[in-house]
Design a protein around this ligand. Structure first.
Ligand code: KG4
Ligand code: ZN
Length: 340
């Protein structure tokens, strides 16, 4: 077992991306992601359409991942899959596929918690990058999640705070929708914010105790603000697009960084790792870099392809669990609500 090469095939299907990856000893050989375009016209993910698309995508995506890695499925050591949290119909596709393949190939099955995977994505083996040292604080920010987690070890994690309503990605996307921007609007807000004035408009910051977040009030205040302005000037949004985007982004960053600072104060931990699709935001990245000099934090942001939903992050958890002989049985089922 000691000198064995470990090949993990990983499958992710928790939301609207169907993804498969092959990892060799913790290094990514392939990471294929089929993003479902169908949801754009609805302004958000439609669960039933997501599971149908997973069903169509999963076989070609797995084939592509194996082909790109240039390995035969007989070489695989184990199959890792996302058990949850996520949309039940979507999770079922990946779970059933992984179970059947593990049975067919007679190799171990490894269940993975999607939220742990976003954090452990930092441990994907890469040239020239070292993973964060334990203990560290992980902030997972995406369209489905917003959490601050204390990470003591690979599988010893404690949630310090999380959102009580919308995820931060939803705050970006819903604000963008109010401005008439297409889904997902997060990257567009980021783009237009670059040429806008972040202090042009003032949006209230929610008062939430401890390290928890709330974003639904922000969305409502943006709605009322825009309604009022458009009544006075029907072209208000078009004329002020960049300033509105910059002001929304500035407020969201202030909320996130405020809670991170509080978490650092409370724990004394200055090593910060972020993950999730919203980590792509240039304003958030800049604020973190600033904290490195200002507050002597050590910050880690994975490659973008490992920030958004992807199977490589599921694969690294599979690899770490394989090393511990932590395998699942065939009677395992998907879990829509699944805490780390
Ligand atoms: O991790 P992810 O791909 O999927 C989920 O698990 O949700 O994250 C997608 C979210 C969307 O809400 C999208 O608008 C947001 O990440 N996002 C961004 C940026 N890029 C992606 N939000 C703000 N700025 C960006 N540059
Ligand atoms: Zn995710």
């Amino acid at each position: 077992m000691q000198n064995e090469t470990i090949y993990i095939l990983a499958i992710e299907s928790s939301c609207d991306d169907t993804s498969a990856a092959v990892l060799k000893d913790g290094k990514v050989l392939s990471n294929i992601v089929a993003t479902q375009k169908i949801h754009e016209q609805y302004g958000g993910v439609v669960p039933e359409l997501a599971s149908r698309a997973h069903q169509q995508n999963i076989v070609p995506v797995v084939h592509q991942a194996l082909a790109k890695a240039n390995i035969d499925k007989k070489q695989l050591s184990a199959i890792a899959f996302t058990r949850g949290p996520g949309l039940m119909g979507s999770l079922l596709v990946g779970t059933s596929f992984a179970k059947s393949l593990s049975l067919g190939l007679q190799i171990p099955l490894i269940e993975v918690n999607h939220m742990q995977a976003h954090i452990l994505a930092h441990f994907i083996k890469e040239e020239q990058t070292a993973p964060p040292e334990f203990p560290f604080l992980a902030m997972t920010i995406s369209g489905g999640h917003t959490q601050i987690v204390r990470v003591n070890d690979h599988f010893d994690m404690e949630i310090l705070g999380e959102t009580l309503d919308d995820a931060v990605g939803e705050a970006f996307d819903k604000s963008a929708k109010l401005m008439g921007l297409p889904y997902p609007g997060g990257p567009l807000i980021d783009k237009y914010a670059q040429t806008g004035n972040p202090k042009a408009f003032d949006f209230p910051r929610p008062k939430v105790a401890g390290l928890n977040f709330s974003f639904s009030g922000l969305k409502t205040s943006i709605l009322y603000f825009l309604q009022k302005q458009v009544q006075q000037n029907p072209d208000f949004i078009a004329q002020n697009r960049d300033d509105i985007c910059a002001s929304i982004q500035d407020t969201i960053i202030a909320i996130l960084m405020g809670k991170l600072e509080k978490a650092v104060e409370q724990t004394g931990i200055k090593t910060i790792a972020i993950g999730g699709g919203v980590s792509a935001n240039s304003g958030i990245r800049n604020s973190l870099v600033q904290k490195e000099t200002e507050k002597k934090w050590r910050t880690y942001i994975p490659k973008f392809e490992y920030c958004t939903d992807n199977a490589a992050m599921i694969g690294i958890v599979g690899h770490l669990k394989y090393l511990k002989n932590d395998f699942s049985q065939q009677d395992i089922s998907a879990k829509a609500r699944y805490s780390i």
